[in-house]
Design a protein around this ligand. Structure first.
Ligand code: GLU
Length: 306
């Protein structure tokens, strides 16, 4: 995590506009922004608005307005995944040419009944691997996963090893509602945006080996990864719209930014809590220290006072 090769550092923040930005996502925005700035690099924003039923109308604009109010300024035009189907199709085509893709006719229920609980839902039991049986209709496209364990060195969480075959299995690339999977889209876009460093919440740590696997198949570079602790409530649950995490106040975002810095192990002077975001960023320019970020997958927020 030392600031080498600064000029070529490209970081990013990739919110899903399924609701207003809450504290948990703000932490990922702040961490990735300050790391990009520390390296003298660029910080990009990408809207992960792939899944129409989950996207909330107006949320993407609201997130951008909030980032602006927080003076978290991005360095290139925002990319919208909803406009990138051609790029995802091209990647899918490349994987098909390698005979890595097969149609799957299984319902969620069938997979739950015959799959084994894995790291992220059920491990696909391989039912359609040899072809669709009888008059089954394809509901999705899956990636044929085989081969070695995936290992990488996370900048915050240390060495990670995953047995992709055992823990995840053949994963989805595309669903018949014309939705590309998060894994495929994230890999294609990180490569297209030239992202060198991904800093995001540790809830995505288990996805990273799938992304590295896809990068290898698609012949694109693997960025460095660092996964920040995820903000959890007293019950240990991730803050999300579902747990009704309060959205960050557009009119007065500094206290939330201040708490995000404290959540990330930093110790800004308490006066800064009442100031403008730019005063916090001026402080962070001198003081942001990634070595102080807690090396944990999650962290409670009850001791923070916003
Ligand atoms: N869109 C994802 C989220 O909001 C983040 C994806 C990523 O950073 O790769 O949780």
């Amino acid at each position: 995590m030392s600031p080498t090769a600064s000029r070529s550092y490209i970081g990013r923040f990739a919110p899903s506009p399924t609701g207003p930005l809450h504290f948990g996502s703000l932490v990922a925005a702040v961490g990735s922004f300050l790391e990009a700035r520390r390296h003298g690099g660029r910080w990009l924003v990408r809207m992960e608005d792939l899944d129409p039923p989950r996207v909330m109308p107006g949320a993407a604009d609201a997130i951008l307005r909030l980032l602006d109010a927080c003076e978290l300024h991005w360095d290139r035009p925002v990319i919208y995944q909803s406009a990138r189907a051609d790029a995802y199709h091209a990647a899918l085509h490349g994987l098909r040419a390698q005979e890595r893709v097969y149609p799957c006719g299984c319902s969620r229920r069938e997979i739950a009944d015959s799959g084994i609980a894995g790291l992220d839902g059920f491990v696909y039991p391989g039912t359609c691997r040899q072809g669709l049986k009888g008059d089954r209709r394809a509901r999705a496209l899956r990636l044929r996963v085989d081969g070695p364990f995936i290992a990488f060195d996370d900048g915050l969480q240390g060495p990670i090893v995953q047995d992709l075959v055992r823990d995840v299995g053949d994963f989805l690339l595309y669903r018949s509602e014309r939705i590309f999977s998060y894994q495929l889209a994230a890999v294609v876009d990180d490569a297209a945006q030239g992202v060198t460093d991904v800093m995001r919440g540790a809830d995505l740590l288990d996805s990273t080996p799938r992304q590295i696997y896809l990068q290898r198949l698609l012949g694109v570079p693997t960025p460095r990864y660092a996964h920040l602790p995820v903000a959890v409530d007293e019950r240990g649950e991730k803050l999300s719209k579902q747990t009704l995490a309060a959205p960050v106040d557009l009119e007065c975002p500094t206290p939330a930014l201040f708490e995000a810095l404290r959540f990330l192990g930093q110790a800004p002077n308490v006066d800064l809590r009442r100031g403008r975001p730019r005063d916090l960023w001026a402080w962070a320019r001198e003081n942001w220290d990634p070595m102080r970020v807690p090396r944990a997958r999650s962290r409670g927020i009850k001791d923070l006072f916003f």
